[in-house]
Design a protein around this ligand. Structure first.
Ligand SMILES: [Zn+2]
Length: 246
């Protein structure tokens, strides 16, 4: 996405705010693809081993109730909404995991300061579960996946939050800035991410082409995350555990 795109996008947003029909953006073209054949036994057995003790590596963290809500049953027009998650959004934390925990544990009375993910994965591949799947994380205010977006509050723009699961990767030290790229994520992070995604995909019947990024769904033109994400590493791992052949 270049700066010229931002200018056009912002111009559209200012004049036709919250108008879903006017939001012209190309459809999500998933970097993942279907793959049933997988021959790297080392990767396969490593992931299968990790799958077995996955739950032991998940630490539940209680966060402040101002930073999340229930999934809503109706939008502001009274239309019924599907509460079952059917989209997965990838993020990065920018700052370290402790900074995220502190932010989510803090009471935020102002709507636009509130934020949360369901899960974050630190640089060692450890998982921090902030919210169970049935609750609504405030991961991407003012967002839309292709044309899908719902508005559940008069004062807050439409977003994908009501039907999404949000997972964030801890950024490397050199990512603690607003640059467009950094040194990327650890192998352990890609392993844990693949196992988590595989579980979500299976549990909620979410196809791989509905795993997207905050950058893609963002309507503010401000979000770039997750920067420096290597889709080929995710492809290899998801294929290794059979999640791309269902
Ligand atoms: Zn994000």
């Amino acid at each position: 996405m270049n700066s010229h795109y931002f200018v056009i996008f912002n111009a559209i947003a200012c004049c036709l705010i919250y108008s879903q029909q006017a939001y012209a953006k190309t459809a999500w073209d998933s970097p993942l693809h279907r793959q049933c054949l997988f021959t790297n036994q080392t990767t396969k057995f490593r992931l299968l081993r990790q799958q077995n003790d996955f739950d032991k590596r998940v630490r539940k963290v209680l966060i402040d109730p101002s930073n999340f809500s229930s999934r809503k049953s109706f939008d502001i027009q009274g239309n019924p909404l599907i509460k079952r998650p059917n989209l997965i959004v990838l993020h990065e934390t920018v700052y370290g995991i402790q900074s995220v925990i502190t932010t989510f544990k803090t009471y935020h009375p102002n709507d636009f300061d509130q934020g949360s993910y369901h899960v974050a994965i630190d640089e060692n591949g450890n998982l921090f579960e902030f919210l169970p799947d049935h609750l609504r994380a405030f991961g991407a205010g003012n967002s839309s996946f292709n044309t899908e977006s719902v508005q559940t509050s008069k004062n807050i723009p439409p977003s994908v939050n009501n039907f999404s699961l949000h997972v964030s990767l801890e950024s490397p030290i050199d990512g603690e800035d607003a640059d467009e790229a950094h040194s990327g994520y650890s192998e352990a992070q890609y392993d844990s991410l693949a196992i988590l995604l595989s579980r979500w995909m299976k549990k909620y019947s979410i196809p791989f082409h509905r795993i997207t990024t905050h950058k893609f769904i963002d309507r503010s033109g401000e979000r770039l995350d997750p920067r420096s994400f290597d889709w080929s590493k995710l492809q290899e791992r998801l294929a290794g555990i059979g999640a791309l052949c269902r």
